[in-house]
Design a protein around this ligand. Sequence first.
Ligand code: NAP
Ligand code: GDD
Length: 348
Amino acid sequence: MGKMKRKTALIFGITGQDGSYLAELLLKKNYIIHGVKRRSSSANTERIDHIFDSFNFSNKNFFIHYGDISDGTSTLNIINKIKPNEIYNLAAQSHVRVSFDIPEYTADITALGALRILEAIKILKLKKTKYYQASSSEMYGLVKNRKSLNEKTPFHPRSVYGISKVFAYHATVHYREAYGIFASNGILFNHESPRRGPTFVTKKIVQGLVRIKKGLQKKLSLGNLYAVRDWGHAKDYAVSMWKILQHKKPDDWVIATNKDQTVKKFVDLVARKLDIKIIWKGKGIKEKGIDKKTGKVIVDVDSKHFRPTEVDFLRGDFSKARRNLKWKPAISTNDLINDMIEEELSVY
Ligand code: NAP
Ligand code: GDD
């Protein structure tokens, strides 16, 4: 029997939270991995340093290329050089709040970046290259009723980030229909991990409360405490990305846990694990979380963290993925929080 040819994957966004988990997974599956990294004046390979030798910039099965999806020709060049079996587009300006400050930039990277990759696959006539688009539950935006959202739920984005993801979603469907490219969307609901960027709310809460517990910080300032999110673990969600590209045909998939929590509940859950009891007082901008033991305010609300338009509720119905991809989340919210706290405690 002849040896199976090893698969090659190209990951845009390799230095991000999801890129690092996906790279770990694909290395285990014996893939040859190529990742695209942006030039930065400070180190930005922290999340992959355990699997990539960034000092010598070389590894046997793992290669990094400088690139940027705002740069169409270099993006096309990288794809042409590698001609990968699978392309995962995880690159984005991924912060919703920040997209209100830099909308044009966000659209350039998050919307047009995806288009540039799809165009490259088309121009190069890479019939065998499969494309994964990191679509987002943020596309649903304003939802009519608090039911779990699925692949048929209409989109009503509430930020330029969300609008850009809707563009990239439709570009993916369009290149599939118009040019026969194997292009799929994973509509992923929020997913977190110890590697989550520090300005996303879960990481901010875990980091803040651990630092308060250690006496390194006095309080944690948050925005809307009543937003509801469906939070999963990024490690589980990386598996879904791979499964989406192994399915017999390209399609669009909701990936979620179908459980939800408010931001405030997440604060309480983390606090309880750190043996902090929070008493909540006041309403709206004046709401405060007081440490029962010390009587001190440790959580307050700061309007600068509010968004001009908010996505109040997200909970995903992943029954299509469960049925056809045999995917379901393996890590509970409880274990996600334990994982995040454990890592944070090890920092100090
Ligand atoms: P992340 O940690 O912010 O990672 C984003 C990645 O994109 C980083 O590697 C970043 O590089 C890279 N990037 C940014 N601009 C780029 C550019 N112009 N050219 C090339 N690369 C660029 O985000 P994540 O949480 O891993 O999410 C991965 C993807 O899934 C994103 O597209 C995000 O929008 C989407 N998504 C995330 C979630 C979630 O809850 N995490 C849910 C749904 C969809 P640097 O490291 O240099 O910044
Ligand atoms: N970041 C942040 N900081 N969010 C806060 C804060 C705060 O201090 N206080 C309250 N929130 C609320 C936000 O208003 C939002 O409703 C919720 O917490 C979650 O915010 P983020 O963690 O910033 O995530 P997001 O839901 O806006 O976006 C993430 O999930 C999307 C999928 O739905 C990002 O990962 C996106 O890239 C992703 O597409």
